[in-house]
Design a protein around this ligand. Structure first.
Ligand code: 5GP
Length: 196
């Protein structure tokens, strides 16, 4: 159980929550799985990240807080983020979480960020989402409207994301069928956690 020591120390607020980190290569479906997880379990609080990347045409605009680099860098200086990382030339960051009492925090981030979260919350539960195959991953990246060169670039980091991800995660879930993957993660969260 992660503790926000400053708040707990004063005994005014109970800020205890568990941190659940969903990692996996781009295109594996982390965002869809994360949104379904919070629909299925309202005790999960999904963090909304900031990013400097352009909004995709397929996005509604609420997926991230979209900001320019200057704005993002000012936020880093002002300690807005629990963690942040640069990924394929863009900055991504998780604001310090503010879940309601009784809620657990769900993060959907890449591996450098997951490592930084673990440095602060060694007891975070890390779940690696993997595609059924590289072909399926490529198709999903293409279907979300990314340019071919962007898809190719994204696929170059997949082996690292999987290898490092396997070392960080206590649980590996194959995202072949959305509801089956969500069921599996919810059951993982209900059960005991093995040590990393
Ligand atoms: P995309 O551009 O495809 O939305 O995201 C690229 C990668 O950045 C994905 O692996 C996504 O999970 C990750 N990401 C999204 N938000 C954050 C964040 O706040 N911090 C970090 N470190 N990675 C993030």
């Amino acid at each position: 159980m992660a503790r926000n020591n400053a708040l707990s120390y004063f005994g005014l607020l109970s800020a205890d929550y568990r941190t659940i980190v969903l990692i996996g290569p781009g295109g594996v479906g982390k965002g869809t799985v994360a949104r379904r997880l919070i629909e299925r379990n309202p005790a999960l609080w999904l963090s909304r990240s900031w990013t400097t990347r352009e909004q995709r045409q397929s996005e509604k605009g609420n997926e991230y807080v979209f900001v320019d680099r200057e704005h993002f860098e000012r936020a880093i200086e002002n300690n807005v983020f629990l963690e942040w990382a640069e990924f394929h030339g863009n900055l991504y960051g998780t604001p310090v979480p503010t879940p309601a009492t009784g809620q657990d925090v769900l993060l959907e981030i890449e591996i450098q960020g997951a490592q930084k979260v673990l440095d602060q919350h060694a007891d975070a539960v890390v779940v690696l989402l993997v595609p059924p195959s590289v072909e399926v991953l490529q198709r999903r990246l293409e279907e979300r409207g990314d340019h071919a060169d962007h898809v190719a670039k994204r696929l170059t980091s997949t082996p690292d994301e999987l290898e490092i991800g396997r070392n960080l995660a206590q649980h590996v879930v194959i995202n072949e069928d959305l509801e089956a993957a969500v069921d599996e993660i919810l059951s993982i969260l209900r059960g005991p956690h093995r040590d990393r």
